[in-house]
Design a protein around this ligand. Structure first.
Ligand code: ADP
Length: 223
């Protein structure tokens, strides 16, 4: 293992890490997930990049709902996300928990804070937190990196890069979702490690801010 892994002693530990990116659509999560994974891989780390909703059967159903081709009650959608997440964690071949336990750094684009932020538009956030309690008991992120970008900027980015916007990609919803994220971070500040990163910056500066946080995390023992 090269520099940073040696420097921080990761190669001595058997356990990996679970790093989550959160943010509204268009905030740069996909971009930063790729850059972080490239950087970790170049240092010799074993990494796995993944995202929610997953590509599994429940995740595919969710995607059809998000695209607008199927409709469902918001409580159904929230429950599907929680079920997709449990499978994402526990799948015997590609499950996140097994990977982290066996030394892989898993970088995930969206996890349960997305549920808290998106579904609490329609129902009490406490209900959504409860619906995901099983997932939180299975695995909490070692760190959640929230890429915080002005919703107007995100919408502009989406409009220039996509032909079709999903059901939550409207300015009022995006503003509300950002506010819900901040409320969820406050609500769970005693239980979760969340870092808010200014995403109204260049891709490179954001990637460096992310890297600093990940290096700090690597230097700490896992429980
Ligand atoms: P998300 O996965 O959060 O929806 P993406 O990473 O797909 O966001 O980024 C959305 C769009 O914005 C893409 O076209 C991407 O190239 C662009 N983008 C990402 N980060 C930045 C940035 N810091 N500055 C300007 N454009 C960006």
């Amino acid at each position: 293992m090269a520099a940073i892994m040696k420097e921080v002693g990761l190669e001595k530990k058997s356990k990996g890490r679970f790093v989550v990116f959160e943010g509204i659509d268009g905030s740069g999560k996909t971009t930063q997930t790729q850059l972080l994974c490239q950087r970790l891989a170049s240092q010799g780390a074993r990494i796995f990049a993944t995202r929610e909703p997953t590509n599994g059967p429940v995740g595919q159903l969710i995607r059809r709902i998000l695209s607008g081709s199927l409709s469902a009650d918001q409580r159904t959608i929230a429950s599907l996300f929680a079920a997709d997440r449990t499978e994402h964690l526990m799948n015997p071949e590609s499950g996140i928990r097994h990977m982290v336990d066996s030394g892989t750094i898993v970088v995930c684009d969206r996890y349960y804070f997305s549920s808290y932020a998106y579904h609490s538009q329609y129902m009490d956030m406490e209900w959504v937190i409860q619906a995901n309690q099983l997932n939180a008991d299975i695995l909490k992120p070692d760190i959640t990196l929230f890429i915080d970008v002005d919703p107007q900027i995100c919408l502009k980015r989406l409009q220039t890069t996509r032909n079709h916007l999903e059901i939550y990609e409207k300015i009022d919803i995006m503003k509300q979702v950002r506010a819900n994220y901040l409320a969820a971070f406050h609500r769970l500040e005693d239980q979760e490690r969340v870092v808010v990163i200014d995403g109204n910056d260049s891709v490179e500066n954001i990637a460096n801010a992310v890297w600093s946080q990940v290096c700090l995390l690597m230097q700490q023992e896992t429980t």
